[in-house]
Design a protein around this ligand. Structure first.
Ligand code: PLP
Length: 396
């Protein structure tokens, strides 16, 4: 063993000791409501493919056609070797979908968060985050050098206090929140947040990763549903969740997009995504807005209602437990990391695949099963989940 390997191995032993060690599980099938692992078939309650588009024929055909027309790879950054047509079609489609002047596609949602926040803010500024925002936003906040202020999850009084503090310092302030939270499944009070941002002259960035395709008219997201999209300067999302493809986007004013093309380093210094991903995402947005998309959303919400009934009998739902259902994510809080691992293993025994979510994805001691339902699940799948939870019930 080299000294590097010794150092790394001792770190990994530390993770094992805390039940925080992770391993990749190989899947030998496409993502859908069924997945194949180790020669067995599992009902899959782990993916963010909420509308069942990741393996949809329309997306696959669009991707294949783009490969035939534009090749497998993009060649370089879009600013270096020219910007392939599928990215422009995608950005026009996103902007029309979100009703903004413009949109910029990034290789991932992570890159969209880091590129945008670091382009906008520096050490003179203040960034104000909900305690539960995604790691991509936390990493961006650290990297941009702005003063970081956190408010308790969805706590408007604390948000107001942070904004007051920034205003007293005469700093520009950017608030960042999610619309539907990735690990708790609950919704942000976007109308109240918009009112506060306007009161204090702050800017607002909303990450719609888990609401796009799921909430709002035509699946446009929660900001659209609540009628506040027009007041949010920076609307972010991913193309890899309900949209079934891959990539991230930022949409807003034309000026914002021009600024990001010039300043977002994760966009500038990175090879453009493969054209197939852009074409599949463009097709996905068309599908989400179509009658097929509406029918999928309707099926999804039926499954969400059934899952809520099935799940709440067995355990403590997260923040969303006491509220109206916000989306397709059901956290079942186990607390202890070992308990979450044991619960996930007990469900796998019964051919149900649900991930045990642990630190650093959630706080220590707040480990959970994160159950996600999709439009591809049947009522029988939800029943199978309920039966498996019942059989594994001692754990909860
Ligand atoms: C998944 C996710 C991202 C990152 O998007 P990717 O396209 O997967 O990189 C950002 N924000 C939230 C809330 C997410 O859940």
């Amino acid at each position: 063993m080299t000294t590097l390997d010794e150092y790394l191995a001792s770190h990994l032993d530390g993770l094992r000791g805390q039940n925080l060690f992770r391993e990749l599980r190989r899947v030998d099938s496409p993502q859908s409501s069924r997945i194949q692992m180790e020669g067995r078939t599992f009902v899959n309650f782990s993916s963010n493919d909420y509308l069942g588009l990741a393996n949809h024929a329309v997306l696959k055909e669009a991707g294949i056609k783009a490969i035939e027309e534009f090749g497998a790879g993009a060649g370089a950054s879009r600013l270096v070797c020219g910007s392939l047509a599928p990215f422009h079609e995608l950005e026009e489609t996103i902007a029309a979908f979100k009703k903004t002047e413009g949109a910029l596609a990034f290789s991932t949602g992570y890159a969209a968060a880091v590129g945008t926040i670091c382009a906008l803010l520096d050490t003179r500024d203040v960034i104000v985050l909900d305690k539960l925002v995604h790691a991509s936003i936390v990493d961006a906040a650290k990297l941009c050098g702005a003063t970081l202020r956190i408010f308790a999850h969805n706590d408007l009084n604390e948000l107001e206090a942070r904004l007051k503090w920034a205003a007293n310092r005469q700093s520009r302030a950017l608030i960042v929140t999610e619309s539907i939270f990735s690990m708790d499944g609950d919704a942000a009070p976007l109308r109240d947040i918009v009112a506060l941002k306007e009161k204090f002259g702050a800017w607002l960035m909303v990450d719609e990763a888990h609401a796009t395709g799921v909430r709002g008219h035509g699946g446009r997201g929660l900001a659209d549903e609540l009628g506040v999209a027009g007041a949010i300067e920076l609307q972010m999302g991913t193309l890899g969740k309900a949209l079934g493809a891959g990539g991230g986007y930022l949409c807003g004013s034309r000026t914002l997009i021009d600024f990001l093309v010039n300043r977002a380093r994760s966009f500038i210094f990175s090879t453009a995504p493969v054209p197939a991903a852009a074409a599949a995402a463009t097709a996905a947005i068309g599908l989400v807005e179509s009658d097929d998309g509406a029918a999928r959303r309707e099926r999804l919400w039926k499954r969400i209602a059934e899952a809520r009934q099935a799940i709440q009998r067995f355990g403590r739902l997260g923040e969303s437990g006491s509220r109206e259902t916000s989306g397709a994510i059901f956290p079942m809080i186990c607390g202890d990391e070992a308990a979450a691992l044991a619960a996930a293993a007990a469900l796998r025994e019964r051919n149900i695949y649900v991930p045990a979510i642990r630190f650093p994805a959630v706080a220590r001691g707040k480990a959970r099963l994160r159950i996600t339902v999709t439009a591809e699940h049947t009522p029988e799948d939800i029943q199978a989940l309920a039966d498996a939870l019942k059989a594994a019930g001692k754990i909860f």
